[in-house]
Design a protein around this ligand. Structure first.
Ligand code: FES
Length: 186
């Protein structure tokens, strides 16, 4: 072995040792910080999407594939979602093609705040407290509720339904309420 070759081998070992040690420190640091970083991230966001994940009554993220397997076209499925008007019960809208629509409906009656059940036969929301009726999109059909049910935006991401505020125009129009201004966004 030449003298220059003999000098190269210890240098390579030193570099290798330095590399391995540095990698081990980096891996240990990452493993330590990972749960800390997760702690500060919003718990219900899902990769790449926008909003909070809709949850079932046990507080688990709803699986879109399971939701659609159990749902019927046109159904409205009650979930826990975005807190829009002091309540967080939100209906996910299943459209006629059996897909999750791009809007959801806040389930809190705009009269005195009861959670409004969905009548799948009549295709209406009927409030049991004082008789208000809303159409399938949450549009106001009968008082005493003064306004339609609030809208939310829904998107599907990684088998979850993400719920975000609806700040665009209100697309619903009934004899009792036809105002494009989203009152809940103020
Ligand atoms: S709370 Fe719904 S009608 Fe009164």
């Amino acid at each position: 072995m030449s003298e220059s070759a003999a000098q190269e081998i210890p240098m390579s070992r030193r570099q290798l040792l330095s590399f391995v040690t540095g990698g081990a420190i980096a891996a240990t640091t990452a493993a330590t910080l990972y749960p800390v970083v997760l702690y500060f991230l919003p718990p219900s966001t899902a990769g790449g999407g926008e909003g909070v994940a809709a949850k079932d009554k046990e507080g688990k993220d709803i699986s879109v594939s399971k939701l659609l397997a159990a749902a019927t076209p046109g159904e409205r499925v009650l979930t826990l979602g975005l807190d829009v008007n002091g309540g967080d019960a939100t209906y996910i809208v299943i459209n006629d093609q059996k897909e999750v629509a791009n809007f959801g409906i806040n389930a809190v009656c705009t009269h005195l705040g009861c959670v409004v059940p969905w009548d799948n036969g009549a295709k209406q929301f009927k409030c049991p407290c004082h008789g208000s009726v809303y159409n399938a999109d949450g549009g106001l059909e009968r008082g005493p509720a003064p306004q339609p049910l609030a809208l939310v935006k829904t998107t599907v991401s990684e088998d979850k339904v993400l719920i975000a505020p609806w700040t665009e125009q209100d697309f619903r129009c009934t004899d009792l309420w036809c105002n494009k201004d989203p009152y809940w966004a103020k």
